[in-house]
Design a protein around this ligand. Structure first.
Ligand code: GLU
Length: 468
């Protein structure tokens, strides 16, 4: 599928920070648009005045940009369908409410929440699915007037046509059908005047010429209502695709411990945006082969046919895998900007670039770099338990010989270990491990040859002497 007419969107509500779930939705829509050379639009769905907060809106834009999901239409960038925040579109919705009312397709409903709750309870008790009973569906103008005069503020309900079968083809789940008789008349404008989410959402998709909507399968029931609304308003419907939800490894809902972290939290831990992109793009979508992809390749190879119907299992090991890949692939500049705060205190500025190149294969997060910074640059090295055992086993003579070899060859690794080998008879593990343990305090870690050139001579001598 290609074409400039493809327009996808991400339509978050600013009621919290972005999590893996809605980030994946944003990503898939962005990838689909990019794949087709189309437009990715961002719309802020802030009609719920109680729960929406401007700071979440601002965080959302910042987080999407951090992840590299730039939008071509939306807040800050503008576009032909502005405004892109629903709170600024009240007049637009008013027009469509009027249209529906004028044609008898929507009516004011004066039922109180208590009355509605009671009605639902009675329906359930009678073994029927709870559905609006139609109490206000046929009030006369005089009856409506009387209720208004009594101070009741009505909501507005959409009159669902009877006896219709609605069908659509879901981009992921294939043909879908539902009966209008299963849906009660539903509220499209709340008594406080706020538009119901799926009303504003559907109207805006149409007015903003959105062609494709990928969203969570929890919205499937909204889709049925939205298709009825769009039909009644004579507005075009986008093609909908409902993504299987992300679940924890065991199949249950995501919890804080398992994947339900906000992007902010992941970013604070030190996840790289490219790692998250590579991970999320494979969560419910498969690529041929499991090679790393840069953002352009992620888009080039994205395909609706590769979206899965089965729930996507969150797998922390996979996320770590992509994080390690991202660190190996980051440019030196990107790495040093990312690590600088963690290294500032420990690593002399002149050695930072060298240090980063040395530990790069051994780190996944800034905390790992901070660990190695401490191991390599602490004034006094306190070797790990394992290292102490290795150092003791090698014995003082080994380290005396190491000091002499270092005095003779400096940081020239090959001649140094060759000399040490000849002098001590030690080889393989018995040669390298004590050296590593004495110099870094750990028995595994960064390449020893690099450590030797990185560490200042006085520090190498001090550490070898301490092991004697
Ligand atoms: N504002 C809705 C949400 O955040 C948008 C749903 C949709 O993508 O249509 O769930």
């Amino acid at each position: 599928m290609t074409g400039k007419n493809v327009k996808t969107r991400f339509a978050p509500s600013p009621t919290g920070y972005l999590h893996l779930g809605n980030l994946r939705t944003a990503l898939f829509n962005a990838l689909l648009a990019r794949h087709c050379g189309g437009t990715f639009l961002l719309r802020i769905e802030d009609t719920d005045a109680e729960r929406s907060r401007p700071e979440y809106g601002a965080a959302l834009l910042e987080d999407l940009r951090w992840l590299g999901l730039d939008w071509q239409e939306g807040p800050e960038v503008g576009g032909p369908c502005a405004p892109y925040a629903q709170s600024a579109r009240t007049a637009v919705y008013a027009q469509y409410y009027q249209q529906l009312e004028a044609r008898g397709l929507a009516y004011p409903c004066f039922c109180s929440p208590e009355e509605l709750a009671l009605s639902r309870k009675l329906q359930r008790a009678a073994g029927q699915p709870p559905r609006y009973a139609g109490t206000c569906a046929h009030l006369s103008a005089a009856e409506q007037q009387a209720r208004r005069a009594a101070g009741l503020a009505p909501s507005l309900r959409f009159r669902v046509p009877a006896g219709r079968t609605i069908t659509f083809t879901d981009l992921i789940r294939g043909p879908q059908r539902f009966a209008s008789d299963d849906i009660g008349d539903f509220v499209i404008r709340r008594a406080d005047g706020a538009p119901q989410f799926f009303f504003a959402n559907a109207v805006d998709d149409a007015l903003m010429a959105v062609s494709h909507v990928l969203r969570g399968e929890d919205h499937l029931t909204n889709t049925t209502r939205q298709l009825l609304l769009l039909e009644a308003l004579d507005l075009p419907a986008p093609a909908y695709g409902h993504l299987a939800l992300i679940v924890a490894a065991g199949g249950g809902p995501l919890s804080k411990r398992e994947g339900d972290l906000s992007l902010r939290e992941l970013r604070t831990i030190g996840y790289r945006p490219e790692a998250l992109l590579n991970y999320l793009a494979r969560l419910g979508h498969s690529y041929p082969g499991d090679a790393w992809r840069d953002p352009a390749q992620l888009a080039a190879d994205f395909a609706l046919e590769r979206l899965g119907r089965a729930p996507a299992h969150y797998d922390p090991a996979q996320l770590l895998h992509w994080q390690a890949e991202a660190v190996q692939r980051a440019t030196p500049d990107a790495l040093s900007a990312w690590l600088e705060p963690a290294l500032r205190e420990q690593v002399p500025a002149a050695l930072q670039a060298d240090f980063i190149a040395t530990v790069r294969p051994n780190i996944r997060f800034p905390a790992d770099a901070a660990f190695w910074a401490e191991r390599l640059f602490a004034a006094e090295l306190c070797p790990s338990e394992d290292s102490r055992v290795v150092i003791a086993a090698a014995g003082p003579a080994f380290f005396h010989a190491a000091l002499e070899a270092y005095a003779a060859h400096g940081a020239a690794y090959q001649p140094l270990v060759e000399t040490l080998k000849q002098r001590t008879g030690a080889k393989g593990k018995a040669l390298f491990m004590p050296l590593r343990a004495a110099l870094t305090g750990e028995i595994h870690g960064p390449e020893l040859a690099r450590v030797l050139t990185l560490l200042p001579a006085d520090s190498i001598c001090r550490r070898l002497r301490a092991a004697c």
